[in-house]
Design a protein. Structure first.
Length: 391
């Protein structure tokens, strides 16, 4: 097989890149190691920045998003038993939308198949060759048969545990990493949301987050140990801990209970690999960077990456040379490090650090109070939360 752009990974990054290239008249083939059922069913982040919604809308793949997405104009910070609303729209003129990542993936797969774009699921033993030359090759096995794909560029959109970043020879990447001493215990429950907007709670027992997937599905998180044993968390214990961490001074319980449909532990880390390129391989999304979920930046950063990459690839395919591709990594990293800073700041401000002393806990509370009482403090949170402008 021969194509212009070989794309590894059918998550939101790979699928959106393929769609943007299709709109520009550029051929691509998408290879995914997992099945379509797995890719469409895995539950991931669900908060879209205004810029992400705009890109999907301009690409013609946001009709269902606009019908079913839940638009939010603010969020709540809760500490010392009191809630403080940050008016995102009033401060920035921008909004965020709750719409599950798996729903974005479904929409992009439907669009890809609708125009007949090559999309291979369950590609086994994927390997990259000749990345330092002008004609890289991708090999894999499909239904037991060996396949190969020659292309001009390879886009590595296969996530943190994919093969693309590991295909770069040693010594060509610099890795920056921070592993946090806690994790999130998350549940999906068949219960109405605790509030019509997200609640970020800082509590002496640990952080908690109340979000949602629909008017009847709640997504709730508790800070826990990284090695937490889910077997020690029966449903009754989870609900009681959620009630404690979202407690209000008046004693009212806000979290609504319902059957727990899913339960899992999410590790917390910050990770960046620089540069996001080796030869004709360009990394995008989680293949190049991970942020702690506190700032809701993961999928949004991936969308920004492929937005920039699609522009650079269009210039390349139009015969304008490698200049735009040469600047891709630098352009992305400038945005990525700002998102890393914001995600780190939100994580540090809201979580309990066991090694912190009483002074540090007081400083956390003072910082939260400043953000809520100062327009400048609230603006700092709001403009980063809704998403910095795409250049």
């Amino acid at each position: 097989m021969r194509t212009q752009i070989g794309i590894i990974g059918a998550g939101p990054a790979g699928l959106l890149l393929a769609h943007l290239l299709h709109l520009a008249g550029i051929e691509s083939v998408v290879l995914e190691a997992r099945s379509r059922r797995y890719v469409e069913g895995r539950i991931r982040a669900g908060l879209l920045e205004q810029g992400t919604v705009d890109i999907l809308t301009q690409g013609g793949v946001a009709d269902r998003l606009h019908r079913e997405g839940m638009v939010h104009e603010g969020l709540e910070l809760r500490f010392d038993g009191e809630g403080h609303r940050i008016d995102l729209h009033g401060l920035t003129g921008r909004r965020v939308t709750i719409y599950g990542q798996q729903e974005v993936v479904k929409d992009l797969i439907a669009a890809r198949l609708g125009y007949g774009g090559p999309l291979v699921f369950e590609a086994e033993d994927v390997a990259l060759h000749g990345l330092d030359g002008e004609r890289p090759r991708i090999t894999w096995r499909e239904g037991g048969e060996a396949r190969s794909l020659d292309c001009d560029i390879v886009a590595g959109c296969d996530g943190f545990h994919g093969i693309c970043r590991d295909s770069i020879p040693p010594g060509h990447l610099t890795v920056y990493e921070r592993v946090y001493p806690f994790a999130w215990l998350g549940i999906l429950a068949a219960a109405p949301p605790a509030s019509h907007e997200l609640i970020y709670a800082r509590h002496a027992r640990g952080f908690a987050l109340a979000t949602m997937r629909s008017p009847t599905l709640s997504r709730l998180y508790l800070q826990c140990r990284p090695d937490e044993d889910l077997a020690q968390w029966p449903d009754s214990r989870i609900w009681e801990e959620l009630h404690r961490r979202f407690e209000r001074r008046d004693g009212a319980r806000q979290v609504k209970e319902g059957p727990i449909l899913q339960k899992g532990i999410t590790a917390m880390r910050s990770f960046v690999a620089e540069p996001m390129r080796y030869g004709r391989l360009f990394l995008a999304g989680d293949a190049a960077h991970i942020v702690p979920p506190t700032g809701a930046k993961g999928m949004n950063l991936a969308v920004a990456d492929v937005y920039y990459l699609a522009q650079a690839l269009e210039a390349f395919c139009r015969g304008q040379g490698m200049a735009a591709l040469d600047g891709y990594s630098r352009r992305c990293l400038a945005r990525i490090w700002k998102a890393q800073r914001f995600s780190w700041w939100m994580t540090a401000m809201l979580h309990r650090f066991d090694e912190a002393d009483a002074f540090e806990h007081k400083v956390q509370l003072a910082e939260l109070a400043y953000v809520c009482e100062s327009r400048a403090g609230a603006m700092t949170l709001a403009e980063n939360y809704v998403g910095l402008p795409l250049e």
